[in-house]
Design a protein around this ligand. Structure first.
Ligand SMILES: CC(C)(COP(=O)(O)OP(=O)(O)OC[C@H]1O[C@@H](n2cnc3c(N)ncnc32)[C@H](O)[C@@H]1OP(=O)(O)O)[C@@H](O)C(=O)NCCC(=O)NCCS
Length: 147
């Protein structure tokens, strides 16, 4: 079940992020529980739940600019289309012509593979963007088929 991520879910989201970060340093900048709470409080983030347990989430902003800040799927349910469905739900209402932006560590194979698979196009690169010296790839998704 997909629904808005609330402040009550931030601990679980932080756990998923921490677990990922411990095995994959290319997942991006560090997130704290507080920074996740701050993002969630904007009301633009979604979670995917199985029996009330958070399995995946998207932290984003849907303002004058739409941005994906972080997305994580629990390792136990990966490659089952969970994030694809979550992103479909998240982008509902994306106005025609609006773009969604995201930055991904150049060595984050899963992240790049995911964004490319759902129609994001690589539009730029920020050299030495991350603390480890890695470049950030800038991807954009255009709302070509938005209603
Ligand atoms: C990236 C991530 C969110 C994908 O979640 P997911 O629920 O497994 O994704 P889906 O099952 O919806 O995958 C959709 C498509 O994305 C692509 N994809 C997903 N994982 C991939 C991987 N490890 N390598 C290459 N392509 C991948 C595939 O094309 C996949 O379709 P397929 O399974 O039919 O081949 C997940 O791997 C994750 O949490 N990674 C760690 C966090 C992260 O790196 N986030 C991105 C930066 S913010």
């Amino acid at each position: 079940m997909i629904r808005e991520l609330g402040v009550d879910h931030c601990n679980e989201a932080f756990e998923l992020w921490n677990l990922e970060r411990s095995v994959n340093s290319f997942v991006g900048e560090s997130w704290s529980l507080n920074s996740i709470k701050k993002m969630v409080s904007l009301g633009d983030s979604l979670g995917y739940f199985i029996e009330e347990r958070l399995q995946a989430f998207i932290l984003g902003r849907r303002g004058t600019v739409w941005e994906v800040e972080l997305l994580v799927t629990s390792p136990t349910v990966r490659r089952q289309g969970v994030m694809r469905r979550l992103f479909e739900a998240w982008k509902e209402g994306l106005p025609p012509g609006m773009e969604v932006w995201v930055e991904v560590h150049v060595r984050n194979i899963a992240g790049c593979g995911f964004y490319e698979s759902i129609g994001f196009v690589r539009v730029g690169k920020r050299n030495s963007y991350y603390k480890d010296g890695g470049d950030a790839l800038l991807y954009s998704f255009f709302a070509l088929d938005a209603e």
